[in-house]
Ligand binder design. Sequence first.
Ligand code: HEM
Length: 417
Amino acid sequence: MEIRFMEDLALDALPAEGLDVSDPSIFAQNLQGPIFERLRREDPVHYCSKSPYGPYWSVTRYKDIIEVDSNHGAFSSAGATSLDEVRAKGVSADATPIGGFLSMDPPGHGAQRKIVTPALAPSNLVKFQDLIRERTRGVLGTLPIGEEFDWAKTVSVELTMLMLATLLGFPSEGRLRLKRWSDIIAGVPGDGVVESWEQRDQELKEMARTFLMLRDERRAQEPASDLLSIMAHSPEGQALSDMEFASNVSILIVGGNDTTRNSMSATVMSFHENPGEWAKLKANPAMIDSAVSEIIRCHTPIMSQGRRATQDYELGGKTIRKGDKVMMWYISGNRDETAIRDADRFIIDRQNPRHHLSFGFGIHRCLGNRLADMQLRILLEEILAQGWSRIEVTQPPQFAQSSSVRGVRSLPVRIHP
Ligand code: HEM
């Protein structure tokens, strides 16, 4: 079974100016490859005048994305990091904010980023390494060899939720709630998780209440190395309002759950599609670190991030006007042949494997990138240790309805001993 982009798409018949890549169904059907390839070629800084989210620019080439991402003075993150967020905010004036410092500019951004940085620093992550390995081994050891099962649910969801619960100090029996909140934040109503923006907001309010209750419990206890404790005890964390606190925890849920989860599914999809690379890795496990980066580049778990222009700005021969919404499509930049050789191919021993946009660039560059790398490295090490010949994808994966998170909802597989 081959997982591919749809080839019979009558793309060339559409005028480039008619292309609206905000439509989440493009990504649910995995159609984005040829669409972005065309935009990079014909109209790399592309204006869409009409979409359900209003007008917006699409920046699709690697070097232009870096230019936007590194210029936080000209391109603000405040309330502008995703297309979906715009609609979520429209529901009510007191809609639960979910962006945390991800949706802030300096100086507030730096001050709040500092609060969670120690928890995600390599020196703190080492404390979680043995536990991640033990849990990974435990989950892989129970898989039904030779039978079809859903890798996304049984492995990717389970491992990332256990890890996130540990990292946050969230009761592990409540980890399914973390997954639900992450799915709600990442998706749009009607995609099988919630039915309306109102329901979405109600559930996110419950999430906020839960985190505030845990924060208060931590404050009454001795400081520990979990994230909620670190945030509850730090002076900067104590200065956060209730909503700021809950909002900052919410980015960790998406950051720490959805993205890594989907990379774990992408690991299986990538090697299924590229048996030669699987053979290479089995013959030389020293390639695991570069393979992890290549999986993260090719899958691009966060496909896009938005900004709002704070001034008129010339980019790629176009004039972006002050106040315009600008979407950076990392999923497109990561396939840009002018920046990455053989960008459409999955090559685990490529030169400069970390030369990709999946973790963003500039002051908002992903804080959890070392944690994600560590989880995926351990997963691959433990898969190799099982000695399986291969993991076969038996039916096409189901992708989430989102133009932001590249979610793999189901991935039927069979393990060959
Ligand atoms: C920011 C991707 C894993 C926490 C980001 C950004 C991207 C990203 C693209 C930048 C957003 C922007 O510029 O607007 C990813 C990917 C991951 C991953 C692809 C896994 C493969 C994690 C993990 C955590 C995490 C495991 C933590 C548990 C964060 C946080 C930010 C962030 C807190 C905000 C940084 C800031 O605004 O300063 N991530 N992430 N991420 N990520 Fe990740």
